[in-house]
Design a protein around this ligand. Sequence first.
Ligand code: GCB
Length: 612
Amino acid sequence: LLDTGMLFPRESSSREVKELNGLWSFRADMSPNRNQGFDSAWYKSRLAETGPVIDMPVPASYNDITQDSTLRDFIGWVWYEREVVVPARWIADEGTRVVIRVGSAHYYSVVWVNGVKVTEHNGGHLPFEAEIGSLIRKDPTQPCRITIAVNNTLTLETLPPGSIQHMDDHTRYPKDFFVQNIYFDFFNYAGIHRPVLLYTTPKAYVDDITVVTDFLNNTGLVRYNVSVKDAAIATLNVTLMDKDGRLVASSSAPAGVLKVVDVKLWWPYLMHENPAYLYSMEVRLMAADERSTYEDVYTIPVGIRTVNVTSTQFLINNMPFYFHGVNKHEDSDIRGKGFDWPLIVKDFNLMKWMGANSFRTSHYPYAEEILQMCDRHGIVVIDECPGVGIKDIRSFRNASLTHHLDVMDELVRRDKNHASVVMWSVANEPASEMPPAEFYFKTLIKHTKALDPTRPVTYVSNSNYARDKGAPFVDVLCINSYFSWYHDPGHLEVIPLQLNTQFEDWYKKYQKPIIQSEYGADAVPGLHSDPPMMFTEEYQKAVLQSCHKVFDQKRKQYVIGELIWNFADFMTTQGITRVVGNKKGVFTRNRQPKAAAFILKERYWRLANETA
Ligand code: GCB
């Protein structure tokens, strides 16, 4: 289990943050064994001294930044470097911890400071950090040189999994030709995807905070637990403030329950006239050692709400919640999976325009800043880990499972305090009918529930109800299906029958609520035909409308949600079913609506008004 916290780096009276976003020096290691960077120790001197470098923006995927297809499709190590001037006061004050934090880098990363390795991390989509105070204090006259090597190779033990295939038929392939096989449907963008920053804390500091909320009649209950590091003698002051900054409760214990009279609950937007109410919890640590005294202040937003599941309903604050929302990707032109505020805010505006009340972070954890937006805007989140494409039987082996458990540790540690996160998804479309899936999912879900007993756990299945081995362990059934698309292509008339049968089969067997976690059809924007044909905007519209009729029959019973695949078009590997990417978006990749977006807008607002 993890023994440190991963609080989002926030400024406070005791903490400073210095962003390292912008241009970094960059080189892909194109050597045949992709290992020249390590063999020649590129981290030991400035990157420009060991070969040519190019400008690379951080955060961004590197793939679409240049005109070079070998970089777009590159597999192996790439090297990033930049120098940073560290404020003198950080260096002078031995009582200051200086931490480097990478929001995420895909997939395997190694970080050096002034040529000394400070950390490595296995996996994209989640943050990692290292304390570097002693290193930068060694020679304060030198700038601090940060080198990050990132490798995007996927194996059967990574999440998502993949495999490298070497082609040795030299009559058909050039020598040393190899491809990365992946078992998921989005481009394997790579690089430093989220902000890199330095932040400080005092030497004795608040390392982690866990908040679990509940309420009884009008009284809110905020159970909290604070862990501190490196404080021999410490006192704590925990205070909860309302939106207007008024004190509502306080305590000096490291763990306890704060009582909030006349509580204002956190509600999803569209469900309440005062949604997304956030209190703010300030943790103030006062500590001392033989040399000094330290004060650390950390504040987190707290939404007070409960989540429960019955055999037919999903309850938020004991009220039935119907998911009418989207599946997304972190994906856009040029930046790939790189964190981008304009894109994030645009996406929230579009979701609100269409009346979407929820989304699933298909198929990996999204940036924390996005979850913070969800907390503030009252958008409900199914938080999915990168367990996508577990298709090969070898991906069920112990080493893979162990890594999957570690990833869940990291995910729950990062996202446990978000009111907007109402459920964990541990995988998408695994080969869950294979025999080893039973042990795998039983273990994985049990582990996730032990990490967080307060949220339901699911995984998203597209297997047959009769053969799925993991469904007995989930709280909510999430089912993906593409009738009249992958099955019976072109035959819209099968939808009512097949979709109804799907729901009835699953419900009869498991008596658990069901979310249609994906449905949809590709539409190349601007392509039209009537009667509808596949790939036209009319066909996409018709698929949606036909599915909606079935959802309407079943949502009064046990169907608790519908999430369109997908919010927007997104990039994939090249293939004969992908026209410059997956075109199942109801918005284009540039976030312009297709005809289907208007169908959803009308429907979602109608559903919102019905349930209000
Ligand atoms: C699915 C996958 C999703 C794909 C989608 C499609 O079932 O979960 O990742 O993009 O289908 O369009 O094929």
